[in-house]
Design a binder for this molecule. Structure first.
Ligand code: PAF
Length: 274
């Protein structure tokens, strides 16, 4: 397995592999890898990629000033071992300094799908995500890139960026991986105390309880009340069209239910497409 730290070195290698006809998959991550990330690598393998490049980069540009950039969990040694065992052929570990030069001044703004939900609560977040993902696309020359459905809005925003800026690759969105308890896998779960872990189960439980054909107003009130009863602070409970991310009034097939809560100090998100 190759290890790259310099963007230019990854780019040179990926370009030559691409020219030689290799099918390249990119799995962008922020590291502290768990089963959810490994399922993205497995998806790349299933699609017969010759090269599977996993990028591990806690991207400072997508964190707000009061967010958890500094304390975001990092474990390079463990990530390397997991990538190797999962069948990645290359890992990219850049530093902030070599991804963003001191006078970096170009960013990508998606102006529609990124405005609500997490975008409304985390100003600048999707600008940071789009910018780093576009850079990774340019460095890794992927034929396809694999993202997780757990970040539902992110996946939609990236698909839109690829469509609107004519990036020449496919976006694959892999299903959420859950613990047996139902808790969606997330690197941020590591922040949770035992008690908070139990409280967090309300998210998947309530998502599962949503049925088609109900009034969104009633469902929102029911879910909000139940989350609050668990001791979770609700950031949002939203029901949107799975493609356009526009609000809907009735639950139906294809509607996405998205939850964001504060569990103690940890912000958790989860979703389900009905
Ligand atoms: O989903 C993530 O881990 C990040 O937002 C991504 C796509 C790797 C960009 O930093």
């Amino acid at each position: 397995m190759k290890i790259f730290r310099e963007p230019s070195k990854l780019q040179k290698w990926a370009r030559s592999r691409s020219k030689a006809g290799a099918k390249i998959a990119l799995v962008p991550t922020m590291g502290y890898l768990h089963e959810g990330h490994l399922s993205l690598i497995a998806e790349a393998k299933k699609r017969k990629a010759d090269e599977i490049i996993v990028s591990v980069f806690v991207n400072p540009v997508q964190f707000g000033p009061n967010e958890d950039f500094a304390k975001y969990p990092r474990d390079e040694k463990a990530d390397l071992a997991k990538c190797r065992a999962a069948g990645a052929t290359a890992v990219f570990f850049p530093t902030s300094e070599n991804m963003y030069l001191k006078d970096h001044s170009v960013y990508i703004d998606e102006e529609l799908l990124s405005k609500g939900l997490c975008g409304a609560r985390r100003p600048g977040h999707f600008r940071g995500v789009c910018t780093v993902v576009a850079k990774l696309f340019n460095l890794a020359h992927p034929d396809f890139a694999v993202f997780g459905m757990k970040d539902y809005q992110q996946a939609q925003v990236i698909k839109r960026m690829v469509r609107d800026l004519n990036f020449d690759l496919d976006i694959v969105v892999a299903p959420i991986v859950r613990e047996k308890s139902g808790l969606a896998m997330s690197s941020r779960n590591t922040y949770l105390s035992d008690e908070e872990r139990v409280r967090a189960l309300a998210l998947s439980r309530l998502l599962k309880s949503v049925e088609a054909g109900k009034s969104v107003k009633t469902e929102k009130a029911r879910i909000t009340k139940a989350l609050e009863k668990e001791g979770l602070k609700v950031d949002y409970v939203e029901f949107v069209d799975g493609e356009t991310l526009e609000d809907v009034k009735k639950t139906a097939k294809g509607v996405c239910v998205l939850l964001a809560v504060y569990n103690g100090k940890t912000r958790l998100i989860d979703n389900r497409v009905i």
